[in-house]
Design a protein around this ligand. Structure first.
Ligand code: ADP
Ligand code: MG
Length: 512
């Protein structure tokens, strides 16, 4: 029997789950951290040129130490630089790889090597960000069999706890530490389809922490007449009230109506009281943004609130009590709590991992679990096309794969050579958020040339273009000259900049 594993590589917290022998998904706990725990902060703190910490210890250094980084997932697929004072610059890809390596090491110590691994990504992740996630795993010496969208993983977990034969539409409301994602997922005779997604890229518990930190500083200043330092100063002295302090306070306010804390700063010691009401006021514009995204998610696919059977809360920040009120306001019904909102995605990923694994890896009980997940469907989140000449010899972008097309899929379209004695065809793969004809407004994600076509031919020779959009949302393309049989094939490396696959070798690093 193999180790069937799923990892939720989160913006602020990550989690890993395994399918136990009885076919139930269970969290692999982090025994490395002194506090232990089911979730591990996605924070990397460099302690030297080649040494680093991940998790709770690293998180303690946030906002205090310049070599500590978090929320790099927001920049996945870009070349954003994270500079350390040790002379090494990291990309979001490497930082994610370090988190994965840490998770791999503490997990393998307990359960042994992974046999089948699924990693989750946000539904709105670009192709570059998905590809960067795959590369990060490779860098951490992990083989990812599949990636799956977070709302689908959460839906699978929900389905497994409530019986997958359910028919209906469900909202997966995922408010985490750094981002807000809302999706409508349809269950239909154990088929699961993501019908619509929307979200706010920079809205999560961290933004609540910032708002609360500012509220505390304002109150302190009113009380003492002095400013409270909430950022480290020029000399590198830590703040009086850190972002971690604010987060702890916020978590208490999820349980209690008010909290009183002694805060020390320039103006001496002051007793500051914050009520839940006051906290709710300072996050009210953030809540409105989330509500707008929910409406967009429904409206864009013409889904009515009456069509929704259940709203499922995912993500640690859904523990903030006012979230349930906000959900009720938008969807007109009580939200459903899973009890473990920050684990649902990883648990669903472990189930999906079993679904994707070779059945020889599974125990009888595990096979029973898999049988319940009959067929899982996903849709493309972008338009994919190619550039050709129209009858007026103008370049136009032609869509092959439409947004919301069910995937995996393979789509073939015929184009024709345009000039006399044409011996080469320029081949392009484009990506766009809308159905766009103008090549100037789409992103070229790949270009190549189909060369060596027979000379002396008339125009109008058929060139078949096929796009195959696989499970991992990585696209295999083929441009084929039908008459000569000549073809150009590529696994489209979706625009991952070379700089992103930087030269940092993880083998050089040791975990403190
Ligand atoms: P991710 O965004 O990485 O998916 P999670 O879903 O684990 O992360 O959510 C993390 C966020 O949840 C953090 O901002 C954390 O402060 C917040 N959170 C966790 N527990 C509570 C709680 N009891 N009350 C309020 N916020 C909480
Ligand atoms: Mg999450």
């Amino acid at each position: 029997m193999g180790n069937i594993v799923g990892i939720d590589l989160g913006t602020t917290f990550s989690a890993i789950a395994q399918l136990d022998e009885n076919g139930r998904p269970v969290i692999v706990t982090n025994t490395e951290s002194t506090e232990g725990g089911n979730i591990t902060p996605s924070v990397v703190s460099f302690t030297g040129k080649n040494s680093y910490e991940v998790g709770r210890n690293a998180k303690k250094m946030l906002g205090v130490d310049e070599n500590t980084f978090s929320k790099f997932k927001r920049d996945m697929g870009t070349t954003k630089e994270f500079k350390t004072s040790f002379g090494v610059t990291h990309t979001p890809l490497t930082l994610s790889a370090l988190v994965l390596k840490y998770i791999k090491e503490f997990s393998e110590k307990q359960i042994g090597k992974f046999s089948n691994l699924v990693v989750t990504v946000p539904a709105n992740f670009s192709s570059e960000a998905r590809d960067a996630t795959m590369k990060a795993a490779e860098k951490a010496d992990l083989k990812i069999q599949n990636i799956i969208d977070e709302p689908k993983a959460a839906a699978i977990y929900f389905g497994s706890t409530s019986g997958l034969s359910d028919k209906g539409k469900y909202v997966i409301y995922d408010l985490g530490g750094g981002t807000f994602d809302v999706s409508v997922v349809e269950f239909n005779n154990s088929e699961i389809t993501v019908l619509s997604t929307a979200g706010v890229a920079r809205l999560g518990g961290y933004d609540f922490d910032l708002a609360l930190q500012k509220l505390v500083a304002d109150k302190y200043e009113k009380e003492t007449g002095e400013k409270l330092a909430i950022e480290k100063d020029d000399k590198g002295n830590p703040p009086d009230f850190t972002i971690n302090d604010a987060e702890e306070m916020k978590i208490v306010l999820s349980k209690r109506e008010s909290i009183k804390e002694a805060i020390r700063g320039e103006g001496g010691r002051a007793s500051i009281e914050i009520t839940r009401k006051e906290f709710e006021e300072v996050i009210s514009t953030l809540l409105s943004q989330a509500e707008l995204a929910c409406e967009e998610c429904l409206d864009s696919k013409n889904i009515k609130t009456d069509d929704i059977d259940e709203v499922i809360l995912v993500g640690g920040s859904t523990r903030v009590p006012i979230i349930k009120e906000s959900v009720k306001k938008v969807f007109g019904k009580e939200a459903k709590e899973l009890g473990n909102p920050d684990e649902a995605v990883a648990l669903g990923a472990a189930l999906y991992s079993a679904f994707k694994a070779d059945s020889t890896m599974l125990s009888t009980m595990q096979k029973k679990t898999v049988e319940k997940i009959d067929k899982i469907e996903d849709v493309s989140s972008v338009y994919l096309g190619t550039i050709s000449l129209d009858e007026n010899q103008r370049n136009v972008n032609s869509i092959l794969i439409k947004k919301n097309q069910k995937i995996p899929c393979e789509i073939t379209k015929s184009f024709y050579t345009a000039s006399q004695n044409q011996t080469a065809v320029q081949c392009t793969v484009t990506e766009s958020g809308v159905d766009e004809e103008d090549p100037d407004f789409v992103k070229k994600v790949w270009e190549g040339t189909l060369e060596g076509l027979p000379s002396g031919r008339d125009p109008g020779k058929e060139v078949k273009v096929s796009f195959s959009y696989g499970d991992n949302k990585i696209i295999k393309v083929k441009f084929k000259d039908v008459e000569s049989g000549k073809e150009l094939k590529a696994d489209v490396e979706l625009n991952v900049d070379d700089k992103q696959s930087d030269n940092v070798d993880l083998d050089d690093f040791t975990i403190d």
